[in-house]
Ligand binder design. Structure first.
Ligand SMILES: Nc1ncnc2c1ncn2[C@@H]1O[C@H](COP(=O)(O)OP(=O)(O)OP(=O)(O)O)[C@@H](O)[C@H]1O
Length: 359
């Protein structure tokens, strides 16, 4: 079972300060794959990475690299013998060593030169081998750190918010470059981030983490389009929430009737919809657009606020039927004034319906 994955984590648990910081966490990463461990600050991402790296010991569970156990009950391989590369936000290059010597630092002498040249070429720094870290920009230093981490050909690479020290425009380029180098090397990568955009951009698979547990695991497309619950939906974008109660597997809203298959009578539900899946129509003598199967019934609201955001505008509408405010994003050619009466419809195929959990 373990052999087909470069990295396999089984049921890891870590208790610290009387709490379970990480609980029964399992994941696998194949060669050439990037998995992003994504979750809010404090959910246990770094603790998970530290256990995999071997700088922290799990209370339970196992870590396997290429099918071989490196951490488990009665087994603990020290970090330097795990064949795991590390890259963190505050990567420290040796200031007194040249770029080439930084990259070759962990390599046996004879092997170093060719590998260093190859890697510097690959990260686009072939001409910088003789420079010192302070002579490089932040992005260049980051690429040196990547080359250094890759130099010993680790089977697995762990990255903890590696791009967060870089300014935003630089970050996108460095991310893309890093990704292509990692793919060329065929390394299995586990990357920790709290930024959904970063995860969507980098990941083959996202493991969405909350309070020490993975709550959803899948391709970015799947996680975005089939969130497991309201919080998972809200982690990736602003959301709107409509509330309703189920009767006969249906729920009534101002936007028409929604199917709630398998949900018992009397159960409260939330219908979650992202702002880009609301459609705005002008008021025509007190009437909105005709109801359709794909968009249901229109509901009327008054613009409270509209903000120009570059490619799109964000419009906040106070709805007539319940006074709630809903948010819609629309192409920015249109920026309605506060007080404008508009009609909203929602794309039914983009709504997620979740039972409201009572504690
Ligand atoms: N040695 C410790 N003793 C007690 N609690 C700890 C210890 N180390 C970490 N924690 C707690 O464990 C929780 C998870 O920390 P961790 O750093 O793994 O989260 P994270 O998801 O990586 O967050 P961030 O993105 O902010 O780094 C936090 O609430 C933290 O305060």
């Amino acid at each position: 079972m373990g052999e087909s994955y470069r990295l396999e984590v089984q049921n890891l648990t870590r208790r610290l300060g009387g709490r379970e910081i990480v609980r029964d966490l399992s994941l696998q990463v194949a060669a050439g794959q990037v998995t992003c461990l994504l979750g809010p600050s404090g959910c246990g991402k770094s603790t998970t990475l530290r256990m995999i790296a071997g700088v922290d010991r799990p209370d339970a569970g196992r870590v396997l690299v290429e099918g071989a156990e490196v951490s488990g009950p009665g087994m603990f391989v020290p970090p330097e013998a795990r064949n795991i590369g590390l890259m963190f936000q505050d990567f420290a290059l040796f200031p007194h060593l040249t770029v080439a010597r930084n990259v070759g630092f962990g390599l046996p002498r004879g092997a170093a030169r060719g590998r260093v040249e190859e890697l510097l070429e690959r990260v686009g720094l072939a001409g910088h081998a003789g420079k010192y870290p302070h002579e490089l920009s932040g992005g260049e230093q980051q690429r040196v750190a990547l080359a250094r981490a890759l130099a010993p050909k680790p089977r697995v690479m762990l990255m903890d918010e590696p791009f967060s020290g870089l300014d935003m425009r630089l970050r996108d380029d460095i991310r893309d470059q890093t990704l292509s180098v990692l793919k060329e090397e065929g390394t299995a990568v586990l990357l920790v981030t709290h930024e959904p955009d970063e995860a969507m951009r980098m990941a083959d698979e996202i493991a969405l983490m909350r309070e020490g547990e993975i709550v959803q695991h899948g391709a970015p497309y799947t996680i975005y389009n089939n969130p497991v619950d309201r919080k998972a939906a809200a982690f990736f974008s602003d959301i709107n929430v409509l509330r309703g109660k189920v009767e006969g597997a249906l729920t009534e809203t101002a936007f028409g009737t929604f199917l709630a298959p398998g949900v018992p009578d009397g159960q409260e539900v939330e219908i979650v919809i992202r702002p880009q899946h609301l459609t705005i129509d002008l008021d025509r003598a007190g009437r909105g657009p005709n109801p359709t199967e794909s968009h249901g019934m229109p509901a009327r609201g008054v613009v409270e606020r509209a903000r120009f955001m570059g490619r799109e505008s964000l419009v906040e509408l106070k709805m007539d039927h319940d006074g709630a405010v809903l948010r819609a994003t629309i192409p920015s050619v249109f920026l309605p004034k506060p007080g404008t009466v508009l009609w909203l419809t929602i794309r039914r195929d983009r709504c997620f319906l979740f039972p409201v959990r009572t504690k």
